[in-house]
Design a protein around this ligand. Structure first.
Ligand SMILES: [Zn+2]
Length: 186
């Protein structure tokens, strides 16, 4: 085996939340591969690097999720990924489904008008709908939300997660972490 000491995997629970935030749940690539080989985790995202042994070759996992849920009482984290998952990767205005890289987030009440970055005010939107809506309220733009956005339950996210194969998802760890609206404008 070649050593890739700087390629740890982010470990998510079966609901796609990090197992722990402080410290962030990271496993060495060796532990991650062991867990993949023993079928305890799904690979959600991979590095471009491969690891080779005489018996197999595989890409190093960058994000993995446990197959068995480890219970914890808290509400689902407000993350970019979980918003997509709540909305089933579909635009909440036109209802069409898209790969994540074609999806955006819309503030129902625009931030310029005091709208918050919360479960109740952020929805998944395709780029054309987001552009069309601009910084208006839905009714001002003549648009209707499919559902009133609200915080999902862990169960709801797990159910939605089952409908989408893990490889549907994107790569960045950031997408699985708590939303920091300062990181990137939407
Ligand atoms: Zn749309």
């Amino acid at each position: 085996m070649i050593a890739f000491d700087n390629h740890p995997a982010l470990v998510l629970n079966a609901d796609f939340r990090p197992l722990s935030y402080f410290p962030l749940s990271l496993w060495s690539w060796q532990d991650a591969i062991r867990a993949v080989v023993s079928d305890r985790v799904n690979v959600v995202s991979e590095y471009d690097r491969h690891v080779h042994s005489p018996r197999f070759s595989m890409r190093l996992p960058s994000v993995i999720s446990l197959k068995d849920y480890v219970p914890c009482a808290r509400r689902p984290a407000f993350t970019r990924f979980n918003v997509f998952l709540r909305d089933r990767f579909s635009c909440q205005y036109c209802g069409l489904g898209f790969p994540t890289h074609d999806l955006t987030f819309d503030h129902v009440v625009p931030r310029s008008r005091g709208g918050s970055t919360t479960w109740g005010n952020v929805v998944t939107a395709c780029s054309p709908c987001n552009l069309r809506k601009g910084s208006r309220l839905p009714r001002e733009a003549g648009m209707t939300l499919l559902d009133r956005p609200q915080p999902p339950s862990t169960y709801e996210l797990q159910e939605n997660g089952r409908a989408f194969p893990p490889n549907y998802l994107h790569r960045s760890w950031r997408d699985f972490l708590y939303w920091d609206s300062e990181l990137e404008p939407f």
